[in-house]
Write a protein that binds this ligand. Structure first.
Ligand SMILES: C[S@@+](CC[C@H](N)C(=O)[O-])C[C@H]1O[C@@H](n2cnc3c(N)ncnc32)[C@H](O)[C@@H]1O
Length: 278
């Protein structure tokens, strides 16, 4: 059996479980054979060993059970940077890059800004921000032990001098207030939790569930903004597509000015930004 044969057979099997069988087959073969993308094209006619075939089949079996592709690969790209991912940490999403874009825009004329990335997960947001604004002093806060392990690995992998603290944001009391808070909190409602995709169910509940109405973290962050933010500081949060009005109102009711909602390229509301005026 050649690499191409293995790929064709894998595509046929993946067709029953994913909308992107070709993409996933390529990724699984690259991971199983420990080759790079250009090798995949060059070595299509090479025979594969029984051990390679077994590795491909093992990965497929896990994928069929609903394990996200990203967990199988062990690494995923965010903001063109590599991030280690696996069971216990949220996979960084493309949509979240908007939060980084907006934070970088806001910091464009500020050197050495202090930034808290709360609910940092893999560290994707804070690390991407720091790599693109090396003057920023970024602190990542994360509660989950498993996610925190990935976060520290990802800071090292990206050679990023971010600080990290393992803490519950509801209890954490920073010594200094920051110029900016960025946060992609859990925001799935109780009802939405019942109908999650099989893959998403494999991601940690602590990373997803935002209380019955999905607003628990936004309420806390806006009502306690003075604990984290200097007056004049910016808060940027990612939101669910149906949460813009609720989160906008929470910002406005809790001392924020210039509050705006931003859409991702798919036209879903995705980020709320406001300036704290206490
Ligand atoms: C939606 S995920 C976002 C992860 C990452 N920021 C990203 O965008 O990919 C939310 C994260 O918040 C963490 N988390 C949940 N409750 C927390 C709390 N009370 N204190 C600190 N982190 C918390 C979860 O473990 C998870 O890593």
């Amino acid at each position: 059996m050649t690499v191409n044969d293995a790929k064709q057979s894998l595509i046929l099997r993946l067709e029953t479980i994913t909308d992107s069988p070709l993409f996933e087959a390529n990724e699984i073969i690259i991971a199983a054979l420990k080759i790079n993308r250009s090798d995949l094209i060059l070595c299509g006619k090479n025979p594969i060993t029984k051990a390679d075939k077994r590795r491909i089949d093992r990965l497929f079996k896990k994928r069929k059970k609903g394990v996200p592709l990203q967990y199988l690969l062990g690494e995923w790209e965010f903001y063109s940077l590599p991030f280690k991912v696996g069971q216990g940490v949220l996979i960084p999403r493309g949509d979240t890059e908007l939060l980084v874009d907006l934070a970088l825009d806001e910091l464009e004329h500020t050197k050495g800004a202090t930034v808290f990335d709360l609910c940092a997960g893999s560290g994707a947001i804070g690390i991407a921000l720091q790599k693109n604004d090396p003057s920023a002093l970024v602190t990542l806060v994360e509660k989950s032990k498993k996610a925190f392990k990935y976060l520290t690995q990802n800071a090292a992998l990206n050679n990023s001098p971010v600080k990290f603290i393992r803490a519950n944001i509801f209890k954490w009391r920073p010594k200094h207030r920051a110029d900016m808070v960025i946060c992609n909190p859990p925001y799935i409602t109780k009802n939405e939790m019942k109908s999650l995709q099989k893959e998403v169910k494999n991601e940690p509940r602590l990373a997803l569930f935002g209380g019955n109405d999905g607003l628990k973290y936004y309420k806390f962050l806006t009502q306690n903004a003075g604990r984290f933010l200097k007056s004049g500081g910016k808060m940027l949060v990612e939101i669910g597509a149906a949460q813009a009005d609720d989160v906008l109102n929470l910002f406005k009711a809790n001392g924020f000015e210039y509050v705006k909602v931003f859409k991702y390229i798919n036209q879903n509301d995705r980020v709320v930004l406001g300036t704290f005026n206490s």
